[in-house]
Design a protein around this ligand. Structure first.
Ligand SMILES: [Zn+2]
Length: 302
């Protein structure tokens, strides 16, 4: 048994068919965790969808209405970049419920891992870049409303800037947002995070880790969050189709373990979410995400 819970639902699949976003990855990660003996069936929790009241702590009534009734405009649809379906909407509500459950579970066990979520490009009133609902923001606001936490930190290591996160919490002093990303990549407009670590094209393991880990250490110790949300994109990988950094699979696992160690050192619970991953070989994306869970297991057992 793992010393923490994994949160997963079969309906996380975004129902995209042939698309650069491999929406079957959630199921494949679950399968690999079980097949490789990293986790057992009893390590998994099955989330309920977030309630509309929880979603509305972050998103506008107009956007929620459009999603629930399938009335996205052509421009909404273009920014979202994934085809609308009722399955897609259900999956986003479930991912948000999953990140809430993983966060509650992290407060209890020190770690809580959603095998989904990390939809960091979603804004309050529209979706962008495959993200319709910002699960991490919904979970932060929900835990604050439940008086479980006061201050949260988001460490976003997806290769793409966490624009939705930055915009949502821009004026909220209770949430510290850190994004490490390739500067010359999507999204074109990058609102300021509390701390943006802008990387040039082609940055590899050593420079990446030397930039990220001291910044996490300092931010954690200056800000003192009650919980840390980790948006663990697989797309800084050197063979990613939508990324332009040069990290190895080993470097990515050092990244995960390094962030978890800094949080653990200060007794801060960690919630992990997946975010992007578009490697040429799907098996690499799956391995990188599985390694995040392995890193959590390793740090939790230290
Ligand atoms: Zn990404």
């Amino acid at each position: 048994m793992l010393p923490f819970k994994l949160v997963y639902h079969d309906l996380y699949d975004l129902n995209l068919g042939a698309h650069v976003f491999p929406s079957e990855k959630f199921r494949l990660i679950q399968d690999k965790l079980l097949n490789d003996g990293i986790a057992e069936v009893d390590d998994f929790l099955r989330p309920e969808p977030a309630t509309d009241a929880d979603i509305l702590r972050v998103h506008t009534e107009d956007w929620v209405h459009k999603l629930k009734t399938g009335t996205l405009t052509a421009s909404d649809q273009m920014k979202l970049e994934v085809p609308y379906s009722s399955e897609l909407v259900r999956a986003f509500w479930l991912a948000a419920g999953g990140t809430i459950l993983a966060a509650e579970s992290a407060l209890q066990d020190g770690f809580g891992c959603n095998i989904g979520g990390g939809f960091h490009h979603a804004y309050p009133g529209h979706g962008e870049g495959f993200c319709a609902i910002h699960d991490v923001a919904v979970a932060i606001r929900t835990l604050q409303a439940r008086k479980k936490i006061a201050r949260a930190m988001v460490v976003d290591t997806d290769v793409h800037h966490g624009n939705g996160t930055a915009a949502i919490f821009a004026k909220d002093a209770s949430v510290f947002t850190l994004s490490i990303h390739q500067l010359n990549n999507y999204p074109a407009h990058k609102p300021h995070s509390s701390l943006d670590l802008n990387l040039e094209d082609g940055v590899a393991d050593e420079e990446y880790l030397a930039t990220l880990l001291p910044a996490v250490k300092k931010s954690v110790s200056d800000f003192h969050p009650d919980i840390l949300f980790y948006v663990g994109g697989a797309d800084p990988y050197r063979e990613d189709q939508l990324g332009g950094l040069d990290l190895s699979i080993e470097g990515l696992q050092k990244r995960d373990a390094g962030v978890f160690k800094e949080a653990r050192h200060k007794n801060i619970p960690v919630v992990t979410t997946l975010a992007g991953g578009y490697a040429q070989r799907l098996a690499d994306t799956i391995q990188i995400h599985v390694n995040t869970i392995q890193a959590a297991k390793h740090i939790a057992n230290l």
